[in-house]
Design a protein around this ligand. Structure first.
Ligand code: NI
Length: 165
């Protein structure tokens, strides 16, 4: 994170892009046939369905982390292994509509909490054992704002890959 932290306009821009993600993801996967949803480009790569489950679950993780940092005193964040979650939590068996609904509602609730904050609050942090350092709310906000967009690109690449086969 650059010196001086996040400015108010940057914060607003991040919240705005974070707000648009669920709808963009929803329209990208609307009416996709099952074969497309389940298609894996390689045995160790996620299908679109698994990406949707990852988006829904990650929003729960973001939500817990930001609640810890906002509300708790000196919290420690729990690291997750996202491939282990995909393997062990049945990501390939989920329902598209349920994942979109979970992602949308948790994202909305997370943004509601973030919108109450002033930019100074974004310097609050929690200890991340995996990185062995403190992670600020500002960093978390940047991640939340970028997460949907990067997986949207991944979904579009997968759709492209399937149609050009
Ligand atoms: Ni991700």
């Amino acid at each position: 994170l650059e010196q001086g932290g996040m400015t108010a306009p940057e914060f607003r821009a991040h919240l705005e892009s974070a707000e648009k993600s669920p709808e963009k993801i929803a329209s990208a996967v609307l009416r996709l046939p099952k074969t497309t949803l389940n298609y894996r480009p390689a045995p160790d790569k996620w299908s679109i369905l698994e990406i949707l489950a990852h988006l829904a679950d990650t929003e729960i993780v973001y939500g817990y982390r930001l609640r810890q940092i906002i509300a708790d005193n000196d919290p420690t964040l729990a690291p997750i292994d996202q491939d282990a979650w995909a393997r062990n939590l049945g990501y390939s068996e989920v329902e598209v509509a349920e994942m979109i609904a979970l992602y949308s509602l948790n994202r909305r609730a997370n943004l509601r909490l973030l919108k109450r904050l002033d930019v100074e609050d974004l310097e609050k942090s929690g200890f991340h054992p995996e990185h062995n350092r403190r992670v600020t709310l500002a960093e978390l906000v940047e991640r939340i704002a970028a997460h949907g967009a990067s997986h949207l690109q991944q979904i579009e690449r997968l759709k492209q890959h399937i149609t050009t086969q």
